[in-house]
Design a protein around this ligand. Structure first.
Ligand code: 3HC
Length: 676
């Protein structure tokens, strides 16, 4: 049997219970058992007057052990353990560093006192796993910190800083960053004799419907479609309803069990591990040496180049940004500043931080200024000849060992690498627009990309807060290759008499942030158009010929008002009717479910081809791409996970019925009763 992850130390009359369960001190069965035994030992030992719970390693408990979910719960269950802690007759102090999250926060809430180092953060992120705090968190937190903060912390799930926690009464004292262990003992001695013990469960709070209403007004749209936020809020309402603590706990337990058995939480828990799995490249040695990245160059100060730069500036990495003309350079720099100023206005960063970020930016018209950069990312016009010329220049300018990256969204990285004398240093870094916001980074591994280059870019992606997914070289990589499969059925359905707004509505009801045609209007209907108004071979040609280029011209598939609110367009309907009459297209009826299948099954099908071609390492990587790059609803787990929930046989039948060539891997899995 493994040694216990819990160690007991005695410091005079203080018993210190120390957990050491790397990497994040998750509250697995052995940790729970050790904590319970420690508290019981402190209770029966008459020489002990107070207890401390703290953790070794990088963090206080980061939560329940998610890998245990779905298995029978081993004793003691977390809700029992926290009750044992709170019921202790001697004071128990939680000494917090790192992140006290989920069950870890609940352990702290059950303690009678909480102290923390200033860099600690505290949160209840269960909602991000489609859950709610299931060990008393929804009942104890509002009793300590009030309804408004409890709703925000549980229904959004973002942690708060130790300082905010002090202001909210959630943390009793901040202590020295490096002296937590000693300060905890001193604090425990100080409060050892104080009675009564402050127990959260014994407090009562008033209802605060105004706070809940304000929260719903501010966040309702963002939380659309999700079960867990509403369940969290309902639990907090229960805590402040005047009902007993025990009734509140029973309600919390019931809601927790309901969420845990649902598909949404299954999808979100799957995604948690999928994101971490995506960071792992199967054939890279674990001990590979990374190249140091102290300075980054970005070529192109347009929307993409500016957005890319902002990621590095925010992470403290200096950026040299290059443009071909002064005006474009000034405009790009001003846009970056405006974004940061807006963040400062919203209180997300301070004015000093804005100045520091801008001070890290060096705008220039001279490509040779990139000579000392460790990584250069080009975000110029999508044209192979242009890119190849640039890579040739970079090869001559950049220092040996510098990584040369392209932000292309579909061009062949290998062809760019081929014009350099260092193809091993070339890689694709495909950011998604807006690049400072979207979390996805498709990292495109060329045929000759060196392993340490790939490993360095993956690590850097994490450092700038991105979720990176490795893709092989191929048109559209992972995301855009699948996206292209949605356009055909969408256009075909238009010709079968289904209105664009209905097709879009089916996608937004499903949880996508926008539909096919709304997306087309946003990106520009004229993108890729041949620019000959007399040549009309598709609905897109017809719209583009009439200047309906999307939001930028105030009209596209929809009409837009000055606030960019779309309304269905009679003109578009007339254009579609005309094209349908010309082509002799008959009306076809579809249910919403059939529309959804017609749009999404071909994407799943392409996902299977992408796997078969070795472009993606694993199905879960494809799901991560779609969730973080295109807004696929997390609670549906991504296209491949979703296909599993639909049933692969049903997906294949749907594709067959519409005459789509079924991917061999998909058909094989469906026939074998397998899943992705
Ligand atoms: N259970 C099991 N494993 C966990 C875990 C958890 N709660 N949290 C993290 N891990 C694992 C990760 O899977 C990863 O494993 P790997 O190295 O094999 O891929 C490893 O720990 C390190 O995690 P990260 O790569 O995420 O490390 P970071 O330093 O970037 O982040 C963290 C650390 C902020 C703690 C982040 O891991 C995190 O947010 N964890 C989840 C926190 C959470 O959701 N807690 C609530 C759990 S649910 C709960 O408590 C229910 C209760 O109310 C009953």
């Amino acid at each position: 049997m493994d040694a216990s992850p819990i160690r007991i130390e005695r410091h005079g009359a203080v018993l210190v219970i120390v957990a050491d369960n790397p990497p994040v001190n998750a509250l697995g069965a052995a940790v729970r058992a050790g904590l319970e035994a420690g508290i019981k030992q402190g209770e029966v030992d008459e020489s002990i007057a107070a207890m401390v719970i703290r953790c070794d390693g990088r963090t206080f408990f980061a939560g329940a052990d998610i890998t245990e979910f779905g298995q029978p719960m081993r004793e003691p269950a977390l809700p029992i353990l926290v009750d044992v802690i709170e019921a202790a007759s001697k004071p128990v102090v939680a000494a917090i560093h790192g992140t006290a999250l989920g069950g870890g926060c609940e352990v702290a809430l059950a303690c009678h006192y909480r102290i923390a180092v200033p860099s600690a953060t505290i949160g209840l992120p269960e909602v991000k796993l489609g859950l709610l705090p299931g060990a008393g968190g929804t009942q104890r937190l509002p009793r300590i910190a009030g309804v408004a903060l409890a709703v925000r912390m549980t229904a959004i799930g973002d942690p708060i800083s130790a300082r905010t926690a002090v202001e909210a009464g959630l943390v009793d004292r901040l202590v020295g960053e490096d002296t937590l262990a000693d300060d905890a003992i001193a604090f425990a001695k100080e409060i050892a004799g104080k009675r009564p013990l402050p127990r959260a469960s014994e407090r009562t709070i008033e209802p605060d419907p105004a706070a809940i209403e304000a929260f719903r007004d501010a966040h309702g749209r963002k939380l659309r479609g999700l079960d867990a936020p509403a369940a969290n809020i309902a639990c907090i309402e229960q805590a402040s309803s005047g009902a007993s603590f025990r009734d509140g706990i029973a309600y919390e337990r019931e809601q927790f069990a309901r969420l845990m058995s649902g598909t949404q939480s299954a999808a979100q828990r799957y995604l948690f591990f999928a994101e971490r799995q995506a960071a792992k490249v199967d054939d890279l040695p674990a001990d590979i040496r990374l190249r140091p990245i102290g300075k980054v160059g970005v070529i192109g100060a347009g929307t993409m180049g500016g957005g890319i730069s902002m990621n590095f500036l925010k992470a403290g990495i200096p950026v040299t940004i290059v443009e071909t003309g002064q005006e474009a350079l000034d405009r790009g720099t001003a846009v970056i500043r405006r974004h940061y100023d807006a963040s400062a206005k919203r209180g997300r960063v301070t004015a000093d931080q804005v100045d520091a970020m801008m001070a890290r930016l060096t705008p220039t018209l001279d490509l040779r200024a990139l000579a000392e950069c460790d990584l250069v990312i080009e975000a110029v016009y999508e044209d192979m000849a242009v890119k190849q010329e640039l890579f040739g220049q970079l090869d001559a300018i950049c220092k040996p060992g510098a990584i040369l990256a392209s932000n292309t969204s579909y061009l062949n990285i290998d062809e760019m690498a081929a014009v350099t004398g260092r193809p091993g240093d070339v890689i694709g870094t495909h950011f998604f627009s807006p690049a400072n916001v979207m979390k996805l980074l498709e990292v495109v591994r060329g045929a000759r990309t060196a392993p340490d280059v790939l490993a360095t870019v993956m690590a850097l992606a994490k450092a700038i807060g991105k979720v990176a997914v490795v893709s092989g070289v191929g048109p559209g990589f992972i995301g855009n290759r699948m996206l292209s499969q949605r356009a055909n059925p969408a256009n075909r359905m238009l010709m079968e008499g289904i209105a664009p707004e209905r097709i879009d509505r089916v996608l937004t009801d499903f949880g996508m942030p926008m539909g096919v045609f709304q997306m087309s209007d946003l990106a520009g209907v004229d993108i890729g158009w041949h620019r000959d108004p007399t040549r009309i071979e598709s609905i897109r040609d017809a719209l583009a010929a009439q200047g309906r280029w999307g939001q930028k011209t105030g009209k596209g598939f929809y009409d837009y008002d000055e606030n960019r609110t779309p309304t269905p367009s009679p003109e578009v309907k007339a254009i579609i009717d005309r094209l349908r009459a010309q082509g002799g297209h008959a009306d076809t009826t579809y249910t919403d479910d059939e529309i959804l299948g017609a749009l999404l099954y071909p994407m799943v099908n392409e996902g299977a081809n992408i796997l078969d071609d070795g472009i993606a390492q694993r199905a879960s990587d494809i799901d991560v791409v779609w969730i973080h790059g295109y807004g696929w609803p997390a609670y549906r787990g991504g296209p491949m996970f979703w296909a599993n929930t639909v049933g692969l046989a049903k997906v294949v039948a749907g594709l067959d019925a519409r005459g789509v060539a079924v991917a061999p891997l998909l058909r094989k899995k469906a026939q074998g009763g397998e899943t992705f």
